[in-house]
Design a binder for this molecule. Structure first.
Ligand code: PLP
Ligand code: COI
Length: 353
């Protein structure tokens, strides 16, 4: 694939690594490629990071045809740059595209693009453990007409943000509120797709949680309002009586790559992991009778994040004395160890850039 490159004239300036936070800074270049029905994808290019221009009737602005992915480029102590299971992100992006009637990408070409872009922006991958270059591939419908239909024109882009911790708490336990009014998605809807609308629809509950001092909401299923689904930007796992329970992928939950990796690591360590419908009543019962030993969320941005407090129907529950639990810590150490090259990649998840 012939990727055109136009160099930015701006000097590189990587912010202080201890002050990165999540998603505040961007590198000097972005990847852009266009699509037209009948012609396919064309004009792949790496260009200076800049505002983009859209027709005022552009599909994305009216009907929300947008999907995205999130993955990270990590730097090891000896300077090597690597990705974690990038093909899983590419495959999920295509599943999201299919759901939203956006064009799919050739998997091989998408990987080639991702690697070319990361190589071009390699100097922006920060050096400290826990920091990374967060990569945000995304696609949007870009027809210049107001009719509602399958997209005939689209744009695929990648931007990159040198980032540190997603939560201000870092690896310290976060406070999560169980949402019982709004729902995120329903089965048959778009929950399994990573589309912008899912996040826009969750902001109202997020805002309510934030006002009460909680970092994010834990969603219940949209039909019975009974089963635990996931948190705003991560999947969830609970350790009850030694067994690890995580909500089954019913179609309304994002099939997290970190979730899948955690399950593999936990089973490898000999833990019993069960994916099933898990009701909020069961969760509250386990909180009350003390059998809930640990709870954590997992996702690319959030990594593995212990949940220290849960609020449900105005009652707050403390988990594990608001300390990080043994399994949560183990998972964090193993996953970050593989990602930052401090441990052997025994699962074959790393792709060198
Ligand atoms: N659930 C939601 C809603 C998310 O936005 C994310 C983040 O991508 C996840 C779960 C975790 O998915 P992954 O581990 O693939 O990053
Ligand atoms: C990620 O973890 O990559 C995500 O996409 C979460 C995001 C909504 C901040």
């Amino acid at each position: 694939m012939d990727i055109k490159i136009i160099e930015s004239e701006k000097a590189m300036s990587l912010p202080k690594e201890s002050e990165l936070g999540f998603g505040h800074y961007f590198t000097n270049h972005m990847f852009v490629m266009d699509y037209e029905a009948g012609r396919g994808w064309y004009n792949p290019r790496i260009v200076p990071f800049a505002n983009i221009s859209l027709h005022p009737a552009s599909t994305v602005l009216h009907y929300g045809s947008e999907i995205f992915e999130g993955l990270k480029a990590y730097r090891t102590e000896d300077g090597e740059i690597r990705l974690f299971r990038p093909m899983e992100n590419i495959k999920r992006m295509n599943r999201s595209a299919e759901r939203m009637c956006l064009p799919t990408l050739d998997e091989g070409e998408a990987l080639e693009i991702l690697l070319a872009y990361v190589r071009h922006e390699a100097d922006w991958v920060p050096h400290s453990f826990g920091t990374s270059l967060y990569l945000r591939p995304y696609m949007f419908g870009n027809d210049e007409t107001l009719g509602v239909h399958t997209v005939g024109h689209a744009t695929f882009m990648i931007i990159a943000s040198p980032s540190g911790s997603y939560y201000k708490e870092g690896i310290n336990p976060v406070k999560i509120m169980i949402e019982s009014e709004d729902v995120r998605t329903v089965r048959g809807g778009t929950g399994y797709a990573k589309c912008g609308g899912n996040y826009a629809a969750s902001n109202r509950a997020g805002e309510r949680a934030s006002k009460k001092g909680y970092s994010q909401v834990l969603w219940l299923d949209g039909v019975e309002r009974k089963y635990i689904e996931e948190v705003g930007a991560m999947n969830v796992m609970f350790k009850i009586n030694g067994e690890i329970i995580t909500p089954a992928l019913t179609g309304s939950i994002l099939p997290g790559i970190t979730r899948n990796s955690c399950i593999a690591v936990l089973r490898d360590l000999g833990y019993k992991v069960t994916e099933r419908l898990f009701s909020v009543d069961e969760l509250i019962a386990a909180l009350k009778d003390g059998t809930l030993e640990e709870a954590w969320g997992c996702g690319t941005a959030a990594v593995v994040s212990p949940i220290g407090r849960l609020m449900y129907e105005d009652v707050e529950y403390v988990i594990n004395g608001e300390k990080i639990g043994e399994v949560t810590q183990k998972l964090y150490d193993i996953l970050t160890g593989i990602q930052w090259g401090k441990r052997e990649d025994s699962f074959g998840w790393i792709m060198k850039v």
